[in-house]
Design a protein around this ligand. Structure first.
Ligand code: NAP
Length: 306
C-alpha cells in the first residue's frame, strides 16, 4: 500500500524524508495547490497500466517549492529517484541554466516545463508550444502554419507561443504587450528565428494606433488578463472583428470577457484547457515512451476543475 497520496500537496521537508519504491513524477510550483496535473496524469497512468503492467507503480505528485528553493530542490528530487518533473509558474525559466541538457526548442523558448531523468541529471523540454498548437488545431480547426498570428503577452507563455508560431511557419507574427522592455527583449530573442524563415515580425503596445489586426487572423491570449472577472480586455474592443479566431490560454474561468466579445461579433473562440491537456500528454509520452490518450486526460481535467 502506497503511503504517499497524489491528492496531497507536499513540501521540501516531505521530500527530505521521501522513500517510495515506485516511479515517482511530480509538478513543482508556487503556488501549486490548484494544479490539476496530478488528476490528469494519474488518470492517464491508470489507463496505461491496464495495457502495460510496468506502469502499475508510477504515480504523479504535487510539491510546493518556492522560487528561491528550486535550484537546491532539483538535485534532491534527483537523489530521491524522481523520474520526471513538470515545472509550472514561476519555475520554468529559473531551472534552465541548472540543467546538463536542454532540448533545442526549449532553449529557443528560454524555458522548460518537463524534465526527464538521465544518468547525469535531468534533461529539459518545453511541451507548452505543442499543447498550444494541438489545442488550436482541435478546438478552432486552425493551423499556426500560414496564419497571421497575433500573440497578446510577452511573458513565459507568450514566449512559448511565439517560438511555436515561428517554428510552425506562420505567415506573420505580431506580439502585443503592455511592458515595452519585456516586449523588446522577446522580439530581440526571437528575431533570428523569424529572419531565418523570412517571417515578418513586429511588436506593438495594446493601445498603439498603428496596430492592425488583419482579417482572418489567429489571436492568442497569453496574458493573465481574463483570470479575474473584472479584468479589462487585453486589446481595445474596436480592434476586434468577426473574422478573428481566438485561442485564450486562460481556462478557469472557462469563458473570458475576450472570448465573449469575439463570439458576440461572430468570431470563434476557445479556452486554454486543451493546451493544458496536450502539454500534459506530450510530457507523459516523454517519460513513458508510450502514446497517451488525450481524452482520458481531458475528462480528468474537466472533472478536477468542476
Ligand atoms: P507571466 O510570465 O507572468 O506573463 C504575464 C503576461 O500577462 C505578461 O505579458 C504581462 O504583461 C501580461 N499582463 C499581466 N497583467 C496585465 C495587465 N493588467 N494588463 C496587461 N497585461 C498584463 O505569465 P505566463 O506564464 O506567461 O502566463 C500567462 C497566462 O497564460 C496565464 O493566464 C496562465 O495561466 C496562462 N497559461 C496557460 C497555459 C495552459 O496550458 N492553458 C499554459 C501556460 C500559461 P506585462 O509584461 O506588461 O506585465
Amino acid at each position: 500500500m502506497d503511503s504517499f497520496h497524489s491528492e496531497d500537496t507536499y513540501t521540501l521537508d516531505d521530500l527530505s524524508h521521501w522513500q517510495r519504491d515506485g516511479t515517482s513524477l511530480a509538478v513543482l510550483g508556487y503556488p501549486v495547490r490548484h494544479s490539476i496535473s496530478p488528476a490528469m496524469h494519474n488518470a492517464a497512468l491508470d489507463e496505461l497500466t491496464r495495457e502495460n503492467p510496468q506502469f502499475a507503480d508510477w504515480k504523479y505528485f504535487r510539491f510546493e517549492v518556492k522560487p528561491e528553493e528550486l535550484l537546491d530542490a532539483l538535485p534532491l528530487f534527483y537523489e530521491k529517484g524522481f523520474f520526471g518533473l513538470n515545472l509550472t509558474v514561476p519555475h520554468k525559466e529559473i531551472a534552465l541554466p541548472a540543467l546538463p541538457q536542454v532540448d533545442p526548442a526549449a532553449k529557443e523558448i528560454g524555458a522548460v516545463n518537463t524534465l526527464r531523468r538521465m544518468d547525469t541529471g535531468y534533461i529539459g523540454f518545453n511541451t507548452d508550444g505543442f499543447g498550444l498548437e494541438s489545442g488550436i488545431r482541435i478546438e478552432l480547426k486552425r493551423e499556426l502554419a500560414d496564419s497571421e498570428v497575433i500573440i497578446l503577452g510577452a511573458g513565459g507563455a507568450g514566449r512559448a507561443a511565439a517560438v511555436q508560431a515561428l517554428r510552425s511557419g506562420c505567415r506573420s507574427l505580431t506580439i502585443v504587450n503592455r511592458n515595452p522592455e519585456r516586449l523588446a527583449k522577446l522580439i530581440e530573442a526571437i528575431n533570428p528565428i523569424a529572419q531565418e524563415r523570412t517571417i515578418p515580425l513586429v511588436g506593438k503596445a495594446p493601445d498603439d494606433p498603428t496596430l492592425k489586426i488583419p482579417e482572418g487572423a489567429l489571436l492568442v491570449n497569453a496574458t493573465s488578463l481574463g483570470l479575474k472577472p473584472d479584468d479589462p480586455l487585453p486589446l481595445p474592443a474596436n480592434a476586434l472583428s468577426k473574422s478573428l479566431a481566438l485561442y485564450d490560454m486562460v481556462y478557469n474561468p472557462p469563458r473570458t470577457a475576450l472570448m465573449q466579445t469575439i463570439e458576440s461579433l461572430g468570431g470563434h473562440a476557445a479556452n486554454g484547457l486543451s493546451m493544458l491537456v496536450y502539454q500534459g500528454v506530450r510530457a507523459l509520452e516523454i517519460w513513458t515512451d508510450h502514446p497517451v490518450n488525450p481524452d482520458t486526460m481531458d475528462r480528468a481535467a474537466r472533472s478536477a476543475i468542476a
